[in-house]
Design a protein around this ligand. Structure first.
Ligand SMILES: NC(=O)C1=CN([C@@H]2O[C@H](COP(=O)(O)OP(=O)(O)OC[C@H]3O[C@@H](n4cnc5c(N)ncnc54)[C@H](OP(=O)(O)O)[C@@H]3O)[C@@H](O)[C@H]2O)[C@@H](O)CC1
Ligand SMILES: Nc1ncnc2c1ncn2[C@@H]1O[C@H](COP(=O)(O)OP(=O)(O)O)[C@@H](O)[C@H]1O
Length: 486
């Protein structure tokens, strides 16, 4: 699992590590990692470094220093390196090294440039890009490389212009193809709109990890984590032991939401799926293995409930939600179940629950529940709502965030815009419910479901624009690749 750390934690770790090393060591390590990545990029795209045009965008701080040191190393390998100073003062030693290696100072972005190194600002950034930096970034977008395509942009540590601790992007910011980051991931590389600006993120180990003593601000699971969490079937299992998931979803008006949720649940690890609601006939027709009832109270025992998608908000829906909340098992609340929570009449019942609750709002549902939009700091907003509701919050989006009442946050790296189509949230809720019923801890169930759902969206999109049923159908193959073959 990747952990992302706040700037203050990185600064403390850096100070502790630097105290053990000769001055300048960390910058040399950072620059060496950066140089290596730029060399491989130039070699892959142009066949080598010699004669390639490299532009350095150089700001006032150590981020500019890293960039100048890497530029000097590239110049020594025969690259034509030019540097555009965007501050009155720049890292003096780095500047001298660059000039000594044959690099030159330029007053504007050249028209032809193969690779741009963004060393305007790193973790010391305050606010958005300043006017001269923003103008340079704009000119870079108009430049062309030797092969007439766009120059490659490599961000040094973080793309300049993003908010490092939150992932917000308020104004103009560098759009990188690759970000070479030092010592630790930063939240902006993994969450929020900034993550898109970062492109492919590569971490250079500079020896910082043992000195990072606080809690990671954010964790990002990898495939091996999800594979390890996923409940497996053993020889002692039967259909009940694998867990029974119940869905109280859909209605006469919205039977489709029930169908999609059940399709998601059937792809999960449980051995048995029950359905309770007025879309029972639609479920029986489509899924002969699902056992149906009209009401939650008549459905029989389950190890987790999913409630809300397409349920409606009438008296019957409210009674069903109350029955679900009263069950001493984990529940996943989505869509109309969230709308039913907004007036606060169920707040007490929700807070008093002993078994875990997961809520899965998109931004508009979040705004109704929390009283305000998630805003630029999606992780902090999700954490606050999780604490207030005593529930795991899965805040949907391009990088879905999962936050726990205990203050842990995760971001899902597999999101795909292909999922921005009606009903995919219902599929997600069903899958998540199945993981809860199989006994996975609520936050891991939420993360694992989002991870696999994102991959299924990508898989489904490979055959053409998918709808939610395609995403549900893609879950099985995705699980076979990710979970079973791992
Ligand atoms: N931490 C580590 O472990 C390691 C860190 N390393 C590297 O150091 C970097 C951090 O360096 P840093 O502290 O010097 O800050 P940095 O990001 O260069 O910017 C500060 C300068 O920028 C300016 N400035 C501020 N805001 C601005 C804006 N919006 N737009 C434009 N300019 C703005 C501000 O100038 P002023 O406001 O004074 O004009 C200030 O002088 C880090 O990201 C990594 O690359 C590695 O070498 C080794 C290990
Ligand atoms: N632009 C996007 N990029 C990636 N994922 C997205 C995007 N837009 C929506 N999604 C995902 O699609 C799903 C939509 O869920 P939701 O809004 O509840 O849909 P519905 O209620 O129609 O089922 C969520 O998993 C969300 O994270």
């Amino acid at each position: 699992m990747k952990g992302a750390w706040r700037v203050s934690d990185i600064r403390s770790a850096e100070a502790a590590l630097m105290a053990t090393l000769p001055p300048g060591t960390l910058m040399k390590r950072a620059a060496a990692g950066l140089t290596k990545r730029v060399v491989s990029l130039l070699t892959d795209r142009f066949g080598g470094v010699y004669g390639r045009r490299v532009l350095l965008l150089v700001g006032a701080g150590d981020n500019g220093g890293d960039t100048l040191l890497a530029g000097a190393a590239l110049a020594r390998r025969g690259a034509a390196v030019s540097a555009l100073r965007l501050a009155d003062r720049v890292h003096e030693e780095g500047w001298a090294l660059l000039l000594a290696a044959g690099g030159r100072s330029v007053a504007a972005v050249p028209r032809t440039v193969d690779v741009v190194l963004d060393g305007i600002v790193g973790i010391g950034a305050k606010g958005g890009l300043r006017a001269n930096a923003a103008a340079a970034v704009k000119s870079v977008r108009q430049a062309r490389a030797g092969d007439r395509a766009r120059p490659a942009v490599v961000a040094v540590d973080v793309p300049s212009g993003v908010s490092v601790d939150t992932g917000a992007v308020e104004g103009d910011a560098v759009r990188a193809d690759v970000t070479v980051t030092f010592g630790a991931y930063k939240p902006a590389l993994l969450v929020g709109p900034a993550a898109v600006h970062a492109g492919i993120v590569e971490l250079v180990d500079i020896g910082l990890r043992p000195y990072l003593t606080g809690t990671a601000a954010l964790r990002v699971p990898e495939r091996v984590d999800v594979a390890a969490w996923w409940p497996r079937t053993g020889p002692q299992d039967d259909k009940y032991r694998r867990g029974v998931v119940g869905l109280a979803t859909g209605s006469a008006d919205y039977p489709g939401a029930a169908v999609l949720g059940v399709a998601g649940a059937l792809a999960g690890p449980t051995g048995y799926v029950r359905y309770a609601g007025s879309a029972a006939q639609a479920i029986r027709d489509r899924f002969p293995t699902v056992v149906c009832a009209e009401r939650v109270g008549d459905a029989g025992r389950v190890q987790a409930w999913v409630c809300g998608s397409g349920l409606g908000t009438d008296g019957r829906a409210q009674a069903e939600l109350r029955a679900v909340l009263a069950a001493p098992v984990p529940v996943c609340l989505d869509a109309d179940a969230l709308n039913l929570l907004v007036d606060g009449s169920l707040a007490g019942q929700l807070r008093d629950r002993r078994a875990p609750t997961v809520v899965t709002p998109h931004d508009r549902e979040f705004a109704r529940l929390a009283g305000a939009d998630p805003g630029p700091d999606r992780v902090e907003s999700a954490l606050q709502l999780a604490a207030r509701m005593n529930a795991v919050v899965l805040l949907k989006g391009d990088r879905t965030v999962v936050a726990t009442p205990g203050g842990f946050a995760y971001a899902n790296p597999t999101g795909s815009a292909a999922l921005a189509t009606a009903g995919t949230g219902d599929v997600l809720a069903g899958l998540l419910g199945s993981l809860l019923a199989a006994g996975l801890a609520a936050e891991l169930a939420a993360m694992a479901a989002a991870y696999v759902h994102g991959l299924a969206g990508r898989r489904a999109a490979a055959d053409g624009p998918p709808n939610a049923l395609h995403v549900a159908e893609a879950l099985r193959e995705t699980l076979s690749n990710v979970i079973i073959k791992s």
